[in-house]
Design a protein around this ligand. Structure first.
Ligand code: G3H
Ligand code: 13P
Ligand code: ZN
Length: 336
């Protein structure tokens, strides 16, 4: 099956009242883990690659690996998404590489650190929408900034999304999906205690949904950082500090109020690292990469499976006939 436009997956999720996990990848094992979890649960799937992932794996490897996943599993509607595109050029290169969806993150300047002006965000996002929709490709924009700096990404400042501005932003840019800042951040160290309504502003999601009932919202920084995964890493020689992520029940609350795409990367990184450390410590004589990559892949599959069930996408893979980019292009052309 050809890769499907992400917009269709999100529209279907809205109709069915569920959310779809958007899972980051950098290599073959991560792609396999997601696909196996999707097959196991009968889920539509979103595989996303950051700019760093595209550099690490090289676009050609990545494209062919994801196309192989689609070819091997025609029963799974699969979208390939550029995560945190830092400029129109990055998004355009992704579209030219066959991504069926891109995020133009105009909340930050192209350095991925400096907070951008609202007008810059509107203008760059609008440009990407124009290019993408003419090719049937989906666009996610972001308004507000996440907290934290992880691997050099992020401004370190949190600017929660203003619901009134969100309404204007969607109207001026024509984005298919809107990433909102509600107090989450990327990486393992999000909160020092279980987040309450003061630090995790689910109210903003409810208010945006009230104003924009037909806009698909995206939650970034949505790993739950399960203590058991941190514990495995530390049991086998890791040195991770205690931390709290986004509770799955808060994400489920978001899904009730228009959240359709939930970005999860860190939880899979934790699962992979714990599994590899365990093999290294328990069987230090082993040196075949398959001996530790297999359990790593299985550990990631388990996280993906759990999220697909919790977000409600399980069982929805066969609900609809997947659209081609050409069909989606025709839909956008009619809306103009
Ligand atoms: O944006 C955050 C994702 O977890 C991707 O991270 O930029 O280190 O690949 P990355
Ligand atoms: P986590 O670091 O919480 O997994 O967030 C991932 C993300 O938002 C990717 O864009
Ligand atoms: Zn993100």
């Amino acid at each position: 099956m050809p890769l499907v436009p992400m917009r269709q997956l999100l529209d279907e999720a809205a109709t069915g009242g569920y959310g779809v996990a958007a899972l980051n990848v950098n290599n073959m094992e991560q792609i396999q883990a997601i696909m196996e979890a999707a097959v196991e649960t009968g889920s539509p799937a979103i595989i996303q690659a950051s700019r760093g992932a595209r550099q690490y794996s090289n676009d050609n490897y990545l494209r062919h690996l994801i196309l192989a996943a689609a070819e091997l599993h025609p029963e799974i509607p699969l979208a390939m998404h550029q995560d945190h595109g830092n400029s129109p050029e990055t998004c355009i290169s992704a579209i030219d590489q066959g991504f069926t969806s891109v995020m133009m993150d105009g909340s930050l300047m192209p350095d991925g650190k400096t907070v951008a002006t609202y007008e810059y965000n509107v203008e760059t996002t609008r440009q990407v929408v124009e290019y993408a929709h003419a090719r049937g490709v989906t666009v996610e924009g972001e308004l507000g900034t996440l907290g934290g700096i992880e691997d050099g990404h992020g401004s370190g400042q949190t600017h929660l999304t203003d619901p009134a501005q969100a309404e204007e932003f969607v109207a001026r840019t024509g984005v298919d999906a809107l990433a909102v800042a509600i107090g989450t951040s990327h990486g393992a160290y999000k909160f020092t205690q279980k987040p309450t309504g003061d630090v995790l502003a689910m109210k903003i999601i409810e208010e945006i949904h009230r104003r924009l009932p037909n806009t698909h919202m995206v939650m970034h920084g949505s790993s739950s950082v399960p203590p058991e995964l941190i514990e495995i890493i530390n049991r086998y020689g890791g040195k991770m500090k205690p931390s709290f992520g986004v509770p799955v029940e808060e994400i489920q609350r978001g899904i009730k109020h228009g959240v359709r795409k939930i970005n999860v990367d860190t939880d899979n990184r934790l699962a992979i690292t714990g599994a590899i450390r365990k093999v290294f410590v328990e069987t230090p004589e082993k040196f075949d990469p398959r001996d530790y990559l297999k359990p790593a892949r299985a550990a990631m599959q388990e996280v993906c499976r759990a999220r697909m069930i919790a977000f409600g996408q399980a069982g929805h893979a066969k609900d609809f006939k997947p659209m081609t980019l050409a069909e989606m292009k025709a839909v956008y052309a009619k809306q103009k």
